[in-house]
Design a protein around this ligand. Structure first.
Ligand code: H79
Length: 426
């Protein structure tokens, strides 16, 4: 079985646990918002729009006939799929989710269902999704497709364009004539697809949502369906609100979609970048609460990921090179509470303490059930033992663990202390 055998793959039914396995291991992915909106980059007819860049068509109420002309200018000659994939890989990300079609209705892939696509409507004339798919398969990153199933500002029957199409619309017709054919193309022409990332619908009935789910399942049963399908239909995992990080552990599978600055699609004047330190802590904290982190980049109209984004992600990646063991394949903390010093991830027989606020040399952890075998810093290749003592409490049948830590934090961002235990933690 290889990446180009979806039809063979489709003959087999797949259990959800099997479908979700790679995703649960991955913990960290790259979101890519890329489309025609990268050309105006936040500005239309001399006016700057303060909101998210990919929404400019709606925010500036740009008529379809005007916005469409952007396609004639779209020529991302600097696009290089290898660069995109390397930026994700260097950050320690395990999957890429790219906008195949956002709310503006423009397809970044070759489509027979709508000529409004990158191959047929731009001077560039090449399928960037195909190039990215090939590169992802080669480099063993999962490729996933964002697809806006409800809003489509380009289509008279798509939802949410009330400036060109104020009258009644036939949403079912739009689903039948554009959404389903395009999903079929995406799930047929690009090898194995990791996931379809549907976005919050304006309205979609249960039957309509279910029919989209059935379509994905029938074409590629291994393809994950993300949390925002709508219609009350069950999906493979939950998606938090955009940039929303839960206060505590959430059960089940879930993902935080998040921006690096204040926009998804590229905006030339948004330089409000989150720091690599903050992002690294968020990555750990989200893993400790049981979730995945899907962190966005917005490539320019020329086809490059902004240098600031590349630099920030490289710094997160530097931490990951030493510490990824405490992220990949881990589960949520066995403790329900948060700690002043940070949070915890776990694997069978191991706890990873991610320490953001260094507590000094005397460190205590209450409530371990099983005996501790060994304590060391994840960054220490020699795994030199940190001295520790266990105090058994017969009332609770649990241990209180004291660890002698170094005076100073070994890592100013997140220092990771590994506790090897006999059996499970709690
Ligand atoms: O793709 C990104 C967003 O474009 C998309 N989801 C993420 C992943 C998204 N679709 N809808 N929304 C986000 C929420 C809509 C927010 C809005 Fe607004 C608030 C729409 C109108 C008011 C932001 C501010 C957009 C226009 C003004």
């Amino acid at each position: 079985l290889n990446a180009f055998t979806p039809m063979i793959f489709a003959q087999k039914n797949i259990a959800q646990d099997e479908r979700m396995e790679w995703w649960r291991d991955a913990r960290f992915g790259m979101f890519i918002h890329w489309g025609l909106y990268a050309i105006p980059a936040g500005e239309w007819e001399g006016k700057e729009y303060p909101q998210i860049g990919e929404w400019i068509m709606k925010n500036a109420r740009i008529p379809v006939a005007e916005y469409e002309k952007l396609a004639q200018q779209f020529n991302p000659v600097k696009f290089n799929a290898h660069d995109f994939v390397m930026t994700a890989k260097n950050a320690g990300m395990k999957y890429i989710t790219i906008t195949s079609k956002h709310h503006d209705g423009f397809a970044m892939f070759k489509s027979e269902a709508s000529k409004y696509n990158i191959v047929d409507a731009t001077p560039y004339g090449k399928d960037v999704i195909k190039a990215l798919a090939d590169e992802c398969h080669k480099q063993e990153l999962k490729l996933c497709f964002y697809y806006s199933q409800s809003r489509d500002w380009h289509e008279p029957n798509g939802l949410d364009n009330d400036w060109d199409f104020p009258k009644e619309r036939d949403f079912q017709k739009y689903l039948d004539e554009k959404v389903k054919p395009q999903l079929t193309e995406l799930l047929t022409n690009y090898g194995l697809v990791g996931m379809i990332w549907f976005d919050t619908p304006m309205t979609i009935s249960e039957e309509q949502a279910q029919s989209l789910k059935n379509l994905v399942r029938s074409l590629q049963p291994a393809c994950i369906i993300s949390g925002r399908l709508g219609g009350g239909v069950e999906t493979d995992y939950k998606s938090t609100g955009d940039n929303v990080i839960p206060a505590e552990t959430v059960s089940g599978d879930w993902e935080v979609p998040a921006t690096l600055n204040n926009t998804w699609g590229f905006k030339k004047n948004d330089h409000n970048w989150k720091s690599p330190e903050a992002l690294t802590r968020l990555l750990f904290d989200i893993a400790a609460k049981g979730g995945n982190y899907l962190l966005n980049v917005g490539p320019t109209a020329e086809g490059v990921i902004p240098q600031a984004s590349v630099d920030i992600l490289a710094k997160v990646g530097k931490w990951m090179k030493t510490n990824s063991e405490c992220i990949y394949g881990t589960k949520a903390s066995p403790y329900k509470m948060e700690f002043k010093w940070g949070n915890i991830t776990q694997k069978p027989g191991k706890l990873y303490l991610g320490i953001f606020n260094w507590p000094g040399s005397d460190f205590y952890l209450e409530g371990l059930k099983n005996k501790v075998k060994k304590v060391y810093l994840l960054s220490d290749k020699q795994q030199k033992v940190l001295p520790f003592k266990e105090y058994y409490n017969s009332d609770t049948d649990h241990h209180r663990l004291k660890i002698d830590l170094p005076e100073e934090a070994p890592d100013k961002v997140v220092s990771v202390v590994v506790i090897e235990i006999e059996g499970s933690a709690s």
